[in-house]
Design a protein around this ligand. Structure first.
Ligand SMILES: *[C@@H]1O[C@H](CO)[C@@H](O)[C@H](O)[C@H]1NC(C)=O
Ligand SMILES: *[C@@H]1O[C@H](CO)[C@@H](O)[C@H](O)[C@H]1NC(C)=O
Ligand SMILES: *[C@@H]1O[C@H](CO)[C@@H](O)[C@H](O)[C@H]1NC(C)=O
Ligand SMILES: *[C@@H]1O[C@H](CO)[C@@H](O)[C@H](O)[C@H]1NC(C)=O
Length: 777
């Protein structure tokens, strides 16, 4: 139950937390999203590594690897591969629920993710073959989820509604301010504390109780990963209880370490004191947001909070106090981001019709370009995207050069970026040459922040003037002469949708041709093509392996189920259908198979289980068959009896010259009589043969044979007795019963339905012919 447009899905990596974390302490990987696009020796990775229950190791390319057991062997997977596994799992879950293949997705990312982190996550989607339509900033997803259902948003000409979204999740705190129109949302600004989340609050409790346990019980939970994880889980529960209860809450853990039970207690005010420093940090991003956007708290129409940690009363209070108003919780705190992604996915996918709702995001970090100027040996630098610049967005830059040149993109405010490297990438614009007359060529370079929030130098072209007769086959662009004359770098901003044309075009024109130039990009932290292909192949193999493993397990489970089911039934419903000797043999085989399953047969190939099951079925199937036959036989015989009675009655009425059947031909009716008497004989033989059989013997007559006889009888008799009466001149009273030509087979087995068959008329005395003698069970 993720979204109303439930054919597409949503991938929210964060849901992977905690699951089975305790039972497989060393083999369950969680909290890995933040390792994307980072080096193993990144200080952030090193700091996180200490808190993990699994091992991180460096990869050959310097990236983060995760050590896990897979197929009973130690394997190292890159973080992209680990995320790919999660995506595969989510894809399969979605597919099995939707009963159709899932190919598109929208993945959420914290707004503070840099290009390297974003590209790494996209690689993970590519490994799985998922088409990621958009990497969506968490807070933008929340805003879309809020806006699309709101019926009362201001009309375009009115003042937009300003809403601040606050999200405190497990490990990060993010805020954004958005302006809403009837069918549009624009992100005005974002701010964050990437290291403040619910887990910090849990951590405070864990530290407190660790110290208490150390002094009270002389145990150090930090020396044992299992114990520490249990303490984390209990503290999380305690935190939740304290959110709704301000009295003392006990903490009890049985057999915590060395078989010792530990206990403690905590109350809300004590907890808030403990977390005072964390609570203080809440205000910082809020202040930054207001400053960036130049909004005053009075301008904010609503404050919406989401994320598990906003349930902590003190967190909520701080936020409310900052804005001087109550916070609203109209959105689902845990699913707001996922739902927003699902909505975005539906909007972007051609498979769905969704209400128009345009989303303009904001660039979280200012991005600058650096280049060498040709004349002197100096550098030029320009901020191409300022903080909170609208995104996605493209800009065209014009350079005047005689040869190839280099551009370097970087985050202009490294201190504001929670990533150790401020460089984004280096781009070489190739194949640039001077014009024929030796003058500098005009080179147009398009830079953009795309829908994933990733910067790129997307295209470059050299503008060459051409004579008019040459211009048929080339793309022609109108240019303003005056601009051509200006031998300096300059920029013209163009929104993606509008194209590159300058607006004023009234001056003298010359025809030009654009020559596409190749760009060599050298990005920070990029998986090579080879490595990516290898990961794709490995993932494919693992999916196949998983499938085989699942089939093997299913085959094993089938044997196990058969053993238990039969053992139960042999002492119940099947008891009468097996002779003493067979019962003993079969019971022994079942017991033996059960033992085998838990010992040498614990880990066998699929085929071995299939054969085991076949062997069991050789003995089990005849018993099962006898039981089912005995269940069905009386019902079918009874139905056959009723049909025979029915046709015999009609034949009798015909002989008695009953009005209803007077139109039927004599010869035809004799066919009915003959068929009835043959089937009666067959039935009587079958019944007496069956009477000689005991239940543990195979039946003398099978239900399939009875069904066939019933069919035969109906096929012969039914078309004859239901012949329509020819029309007569004088209208006669209609007998409703003659119209009742359709009988209902499914009702025939039940005795009380006899009345639905044509009844014998009281005036007619049944002759010998229509009394039939049947032995019914
Ligand atoms: C609301 O609509 C008007 C008119 O289309 C536009 O000028 C304004 O920027 C819009 N506001 C937002 C927040 O999109
Ligand atoms: C909370 O705990 C502290 C320290 O144990 C205690 O002083 C205070 O009275 C408690 N408050 C409530 C409401 O129980
Ligand atoms: C608060 O917690 C205490 C201790 O667990 C319990 O006795 C009390 O009933 C709880 N109060 C409420 C309102 O839930
Ligand atoms: C670009 O050109 C405009 C005039 O159109 C000028 O005002 C501006 O300073 C130039 N920018 C740069 C970076 O040279």
């Amino acid at each position: 139950q993720v979204c109303p447009y439930h054919s597409l899905l949503v991938w929210l990596l964060e849901i992977f937390f905690h699951q089975k974390q305790i039972t497989h302490a060393h083999n369950t990987v969680s909290n890995f999203k933040r390792f994307h696009g980072r080096a193993f020796n990144d200080p952030f990775v090193q700091k996180e590594k200490e808190k993990l229950s699994y091992d991180l190791v460096p990869m050959k390319n310097g990236g983060v690897g995760v050590k896990v057991m897979y197929m009973d062997e130690e394997h190292i997977f890159s973080v992209e591969q680990i995320s790919a596994m999660l995506l595969t799992k989510l894809k399969e879950t979605a597919e099995s629920n939707l009963k159709k293949p899932v190919t598109d997705c929208v993945i959420s990312v914290p707004s503070f993710f840099t290009d390297a982190e974003r590209r790494s996550l996209l690689d993970a989607a590519q490994i799985v073959g998922l088409n990621c339509l958009r990497l969506m900033n968490d807070m933008t997803a929340v805003a879309l989820n809020y806006g699309i259902y709101k019926q009362d948003l201001p009309a375009p000409e009115e003042k937009p509604r300003i809403v601040v979204f606050v999200d405190m999740g497990h490990s990060a705190f993010q805020v954004s301010a958005c302006a809403f129109n009837k069918s549009k949302l624009k992100v005005l600004g974002t701010a964050f504390d990437p290291f403040l989340g619910g887990r910090n609050f849990d951590g405070k409790l864990v530290d407190y109780f660790c110290a208490e346990i150390k002094s009270k019980y002389k145990l150090d939970p930090k020396t044992k990963v299992r114990a520490l994880l249990r303490l984390y889980q209990e503290c999380e529960k305690l935190k939740k209880l304290m959110s709704s209860n301000s009295t003392d809450i006990p903490l009890n853990i049985e057999c915590f370490m060395n078989d010792i039970d530990v206990s403690g207690k905590m109350n809300r005010s004590q907890f808030e004191e403990l977390c005072a420093d964390l609570l203080q940090r809440i205000e910082v991003p809020l202040l930054s947001l207001m400053e960036q956007t130049q909004l005053k708290v009075e301008d904010v129409n609503a404050v919406e909070i989401v994320g598990g940690a906003t349930r902590i009363p003190a967190v909520k209070e701080r936020i409310a106090k900052f804005f001087g108003k109550d916070v609203s919780t109209t959105l689902n705190a845990d699913e707001a981001i996922a739902r927003g992604c699902a909505l975005q996915c539906a909007i972007l996918s051609p498979a769905f019709k969704v209400r128009e709702f345009s989303v303009t995001d904001a660039t979280p970090f200012p991005i600058s370009l650096l280049w060498n100027t040709e004349a002197e040996d100096t550098e030029g630098v320009h901020e191409v995207f300022s903080r909170n610049h609208a995104a996605p967005f493209s800009k065209v830059l014009t350079f005047y050069r005689k040869g190839p040149f280099e551009l370097e993109a970087f985050y202009s405010d490294p201190n504001g970026v929670p990533y150790p490297e401020s460089k984004i990438g280096k781009y070489v614009i190739q194949n640039v040459a001077a014009q024929k007359d030796g003058e500098k060529s005009k080179v147009k370079v398009k830079v953009r922040v795309n829908t994933h929030g990733i910067f790129s130098v997307s295209t470059a072209s050299m503008v060459e003037p051409v004579k008019s007769e040459e211009c048929e086959d080339v793309s022609v662009e109108t240019e303003v002469e005056a601009q051509d004359q200006r031998p300096i770098e300059n920029f013209s901003d163009t929104n993606e949708k509008k194209g590159d044309q300058p607006p004023e075009a009234k001056k003298p024109k010359i025809k030009v041709k654009n020559v596409e130039l190749p760009i060599e990009a050298n990005l920070v932290w990029q998986l090579g093509k080879d490595l990516l292909n290898m990961y794709i192949e490995t993932e494919g193999k693992m999916i196949m392996q998983d499938k085989l493993e699942k089939e093997r397990n299913d085959a094993k489970n089938a044997v196990e189920e058969y053993v238990y089911e039969f053992r139960d039934k042999l002492s119940g419903p099947y008891e009468k259908f097996v002779c003493e000797k067979d019962l003993q043999g079969f019971s022994a085989l079942l017991a033996e198979t059960e033992g085998w399953l838990y010992e040498e047969g614990e880990d066998e190939a699929k085929q071995v289980y299939v054969e085991k099951l076949e062997n069991l079925k050789k003995l089990g199937t005849p018993i099962e068959m006898r039981y089912q036959e005995a269940e069905e036989r009386p019902r079918l015989l009874q139905e056959l009896g009723h049909r025979l009675q029915y046709y015999a009655t009609i034949a009798g009425e015909f002989r008695n010259k009953d009005e209803k059947y007077i139109h039927i031909d004599e010869m035809e009716m004799m066919k009915v009589e003959k068929c009835v008497s043959e089937v009666v004989e067959w039935m009587n033989n079958a019944v007496s043969a069956q009477a000689k059989k005991s239940l543990d013997q195979d039946p003398a007559v099978h239900s399939s044979e009875i069904k066939a006889k019933l069919q035969e009888l109906n096929n012969v008799c039914e078309p004859i007795v239901t012949q329509p009466k020819p029309k007569v001149d004088s209208p006669k009273e209609e007998n409703p019963l003659t119209e009742q030509s359709d009988y209902k087979t499914e009702d025939m087995g039940e005795d009380d339905k006899n009345s639905e068959m044509p009844q014998q008329n009281g005036e007619c005395h049944p002759s010998d012919q229509n009394t039939i003698n049947m032995d019914l069970d």
